[in-house]
Structures are given as structure tokens and as C-alpha cells.
Design a protein around this ligand. Sequence first.
Ligand code: NDP
Length: 240
Amino acid sequence: MSRLALVTGGQRGIGAEISEQLKAAGRRVIANYASSDDAAKAFTERTGIPTIKFDVSDFDACVAAVAKIEEEHGPIEILVNNAGITRDAMMRKLTRKMWDDVIDTNLGSCYNMCKAVWEGMSARKFGRIVNIGSINGQAGQLGQVNYAAAKSGIHGFTKALAQEGARNQITVNAVAPGYVDTEMVRAVPPDVLEKIIARIPRGRLGTAHDIARGVCFLTADDADFVTGSTLSINGGQHMY
Ligand code: NDP
């Protein structure tokens, strides 16, 4: 049977493209989401990829969901921690809740999901984990103290966990997208977006396709020697 992949936030935006490319690469795929029931239904109708609703910032929900998926579909061998949110504000207006929500959803979720699959992957001596970071975790970004901290944390988390997983053939890598043309980026005011694009040497926003190509590579069986790395896919905007 082909390997089973779970993609968090896998039914829209970058995650949807990751789910679809993994399926095209022969994986069985399950896409998680948090609240967009209509988008999830439409996604499954269009792609045939099943979805499962749970909050990745809730540890118990993650453990329960992984147990349910593994009971119904078999072991999760590929995990893509893609779910993420922004709650942007300058420090003066950044509330404790905005901080907590972003840290818990973007970074806490990596702990929650990795913890839930770790024992199984270790026992079976195979795993592919990809965590979606961000250029703003590498370079920082005005008005994104919470998001930059969470994404930067993902990069450290990835390197540390990769060292633990190596002995059991579990690779743990990060993909750090630059600015990608999704709803998250379309919410940026047009004048700000124009300035952002002007700073991208490649002269355009990234696409979900660009990012998913990197994830597919890192989750391939023969990417065994790539671990603890961060693949920056950003059109040359930040060479880290
Ligand atoms: P979108 O806002 O388009 O999609 C976010 C996805 O995450 C949705 O599927 C959403 O589910 C899911 N999600 C959000 N919160 C939770 C939660 N608590 N539990 C489960 N699922 C949740 O984001 P993008 O596609 O733009 O971004 C995907 C990833 O890439 C994120 O980690 C983001 O930080 C990162 N990134 C994006 C960049 C960009 O330019 N777009 C640049 C750099 C990094 P639902 O639909 O139910 O809300």
C-alpha cells in the first residue's frame, strides 16, 4: 500500500496544492482543516482527498485525530505541518491573545502533531516530516513579532527534532516560503504588496505550486539524506 500523508491546513491555499501534489506522487493523502467546512467539502469533491476537522493548536485533539486516522487508514508516514495563521499588529497593539493564538497555531501545532506521530514513526523506523516556516521567520517582518517568532521557532524545532529522528530514518525538514499568492497575502494592502514584489529578485509572488514542489521532494523516499534543512523558496528575496 502507498504511504499515508497527513497535511494540516491541507484543503486550501498552499496546503491544498501540497495535498494534491502528494496525491499525484502516489501518496494516500488526508487533509486537515479547522473551520472552513464548505471549502473542505468542495476540496474533497474536486480532488477525492478526504478531510478531517480538528484544531492543530489543541494537543488532545491532535492526539485523538492521529489515533482515529491511523485506526481507519493505517500509519501516518508523512506529516506536513502546514496549518498557520497571522494576527498582525505592531508591538503597541499586539495583545497577549494575538501572541498566544499565533504561537499556538503555528508552532505549538508542530509539537502537537509531531508528538502524536513520533512513537509510531520511531517504531516503524520511517518518517518524513516537513514543517512550513516562512521567510519572515528567517528575516523578521515589521508588525509580525508573533508570527516571526513562531516561524523562527519552527526552524529551530526542525533542526533539533531532525537530530533525534536520524537514528530511526525519520527526516525532519522545513520549507520557508517567501511571499506566495494566497488569501493570506491577498489580505496585504495593495500598496504594501507592490513594495514587497519590488524586493523579490524573481519579480513575482511565489505560487502554491512552487512551495508544494519543495515539500514533495523532501517527502520522497529517496530524500533520506536530507534532514534538518530549511529549503527557502522565495524567488531570491532572502538568501539564508
Ligand atoms: P491559508 O490562510 O490560505 O490557509 C491556512 C490553512 O491552515 C487553512 O487550511 C486553515 O483551515 C488551516 N488552519 C488555520 N488554523 C488552523 C487550526 N487551528 N487547526 C487546523 N487548521 C488550521 O494559508 P496559506 O496557504 O497562505 O499558508 C499555509 C502555510 O504557509 C502557513 O503555515 C503560512 O504561515 C505559511 N506561509 C505562507 C506564506 C504566504 O505567502 N501565503 C508565506 C510564508 C509562509 P481553515 O480553512 O479551516 O481555516
